[in-house]
Design a protein around this ligand. Sequence first.
Ligand SMILES: Cc1cc2nc3c(=O)[nH]c(=O)nc-3n(C[C@H](O)[C@H](O)[C@H](O)COP(=O)(O)OP(=O)(O)OC[C@H]3O[C@@H](n4cnc5c(N)ncnc54)[C@H](O)[C@@H]3O)c2cc1C
Length: 367
Amino acid sequence: MKKLSCRVLVVGGGPAGATACRELNRLGINNILLEKNLNFTKPCGGGLMMSAFSEFNIPKSLIHKKINKIEIISPTLKRAMVDIKDYPLTIVNRYEFDRKLRKLAREGGTTIIEAKAYNIDLKNSPIVFAKSKNMEFEIHAQYIIAADGVNSTLRKKALNETPTRTITRYMNIENRDIDSCQFWFGSDISPKHYSWIFPHHNRINIGLACDNEKQITEYFHNFLKKSGLKSNNRAKGYYIPQWSSKRVVYFKKNIFFVGDSASMVLPFTYEGIYYAMKSASIAVNAISKNEPSLYQKEWERLYLKKFKFLRLLQRLFLSNDYFSERLVQLYQKKSFQKSVITYWMGEKEPTDTIYTIWKFIKVIFKY
Ligand SMILES: Cc1cc2nc3c(=O)[nH]c(=O)nc-3n(C[C@H](O)[C@H](O)[C@H](O)COP(=O)(O)OP(=O)(O)OC[C@H]3O[C@@H](n4cnc5c(N)ncnc54)[C@H](O)[C@@H]3O)c2cc1C
């Protein structure tokens, strides 16, 4: 058993963990990163807003595709094209993206160990136990950052629970390309959620989320048929967190939960990469001030209203086909598109929230 110690131990080397390490390095805080599989490719559409690249100093060479249009498709196949060229979305390849962020962390001073954390001792200051192919580790740290994703081992060990989550099914189809990101709504393909088609480099990534694991195969077939796509590839499944304000645990017994381990995926849109990185950087700021409670305060100041609002919209508009139809109809209006996009990008204050909901409700009941 190899004994190590550091000020901060980061468990999980996805966007949250790697960003935490980079921020710790910037502030001169000694850290170790444990990643169970340095060749892992996180199942993900790879959609990330362009502004994240400058905010987190990420090389733009990681952008596989720049998206200026989003297409929204209603249950009865009506379409709305949303122009997002003022706030473009990028597509990244998660294998390259995660590796590059970890490389930058290593160059900044992080010690990276390929090992799986399997237990934690929280009696005094935390000790994490980890295993690699040929070695066992006992790592002592003042703080732990749990960035170990939706199946978080640390969350299970420390809180005896997993993040609330839903299942997704996804597939890559080679030699196909489109120039927009498509979001499809309908109770025949993904009730209460959406199905997507995202372009990558000479391939597309398609998928859907679903609360009913038993029916997901049927919904996936329906989606392939409805979208006119064919493939002999095998669809795969992976969980995605479902954010709920009641279930978020930010900090407990010197462990900060960040990214998917704290369910920080924006409801409705399912953006998780940005919020994983953001939560990590807010947690590191709290560590640098030795004030763990700052993490929750700052996160809630920045995002609580937005997350609640998006969850409300998801519940409202994706609850049935009638409302989803109305949503696409609303998206056909340029003024609505502009107001939603600026809100989504954080440029509009949530004080407009009540007005926006009122507008939605008026449109819904007009028809
Ligand atoms: C099908 C699908 C499509 C998605 N599409 C998008 C999208 O287009 N845009 C978007 O923004 N978000 C998307 N998401 C969500 C996004 O992928 C996640 O929110 C994001 O990856 C969270 O980052 P993270 O660092 O918290 O966790 P992860 O990226 O899951 O990283 C966790 C890391 O921890 C490691 N790990 C796990 N357990 C241990 C352990 N015990 N010890 C050591 N290491 C461990 C894992 O190997 C992994 O590298 C999608 C999710 C799914 C499932």
